[in-house]
Write a protein that binds this ligand. Structure first.
Ligand SMILES: [Zn+2]
Length: 269
């Protein structure tokens, strides 16, 4: 895993340059349609099982914490005004996994970034099948899964060690890291758009070739970063590690984070 500290100086100098430059990186030309489900979906409104609901409870804690850091939320201005962003998922326990290679995961629902505190009974969906070639997924829950659910499936498919995924948006973090060299920060190509078939393919390739990395940036999906790891706690810790490159973290946040990690670690999965 790439250590954030190895390029803190680099990113900080780039942030200074960005703040001084009139030519900060432009948003992608030809604004991609964000927040829209691009894959075919076979969705039933069946409520979550007890095991699925427990996963939703855990994800909710992490997601609400990220909401308070504005890593998950809603665009209040700019070209994406009104759209929600960010999503979190977790693989369901092994005994609930299918016998074939497909992974089953619980994920935040579509356009829930606009909500401050999620309800685990209302705002989560479970993805039970996906097909990258046909570009379709099967899911259930009171709400459809995030429009980036197939991207999460692509990440889970890339490595058996990945059990949790956090996708955040941060214009500041994204712009600073976008300028970092490719061997310091993993990136998907600029012409690969959010939620696309090409993105799912590019991610699978990227992770397979960089097994030790735990995060990457989507150059063709404005402000987007994906973090992944062996569980929610490790994935959250990595997210915070990268977040701290650019943002100051108050003692209150550190305290809340410790409480959250303690709660997740004692939680019986
Ligand atoms: Zn996104």
């Amino acid at each position: 895993m790439l250590h954030a500290v190895s390029f803190i100086g680099l990113v900080q100098s780039q942030l200074v340059r960005l703040s001084q430059s009139k030519h900060a990186p432009k948003k992608s030309s030809g604004l991609p349609k964000e927040g829209v489900i691009k894959f075919d979906i076979d969705h039933s409104d069946a409520i979550l099982t007890a095991i699925e609901r427990r996963s939703a409870d855990r994800i909710k804690l992490v997601r609400d914490f990220l909401y308070n850091l504005h890593l998950v939320g809603q665009y209040l201005s700019g070209p994406y005004q009104g759209l929600g962003f960010g999503n979190v998922s977790e693989l369901l326990p092994v005994q609930d996994q299918r016998e074939d290679t497909l992974k089953t995961f619980c994920i935040t629902g579509t356009q829930t970034g606009t909500i401050k505190a999620l309800d685990s009974g209302k705002h989560f969906a479970v993805v039970t099948e996906y097909d990258f070639e046909k570009y379709r997924i099967k899911a259930h829950g009171c709400i459809k899964p995030s429009s980036e659910a197939i991207t999460h499936a692509a990440i889970y498919e890339s490595s058996p060690h990945i059990q949790a995924i956090i996708h955040v948006h941060s214009p500041v973090l994204w712009q600073a890291l976008l300028l970092s060299p490719d061997d310091e920060v993993l990136k998907t190509a600029k012409d690969v758009e959010y939620g696309s078939y090409e993105l799912a393919q590019a991610i699978r390739q990227l992770i397979k070739e960089n097994q030790k990395q735990g995060w990457f940036l989507t150059a063709g999906h404005d402000d987007g970063l994906f973090f992944y790891g062996p569980n929610l706690v490790k994935t959250l810790e990595l997210t915070l590690q990268v977040y701290k490159i650019v943002f100051k973290v108050s003692p209150v946040v550190i305290q809340n984070m410790k409480r959250l990690v303690a709660r997740l670690e004692t939680w019986n999965k």
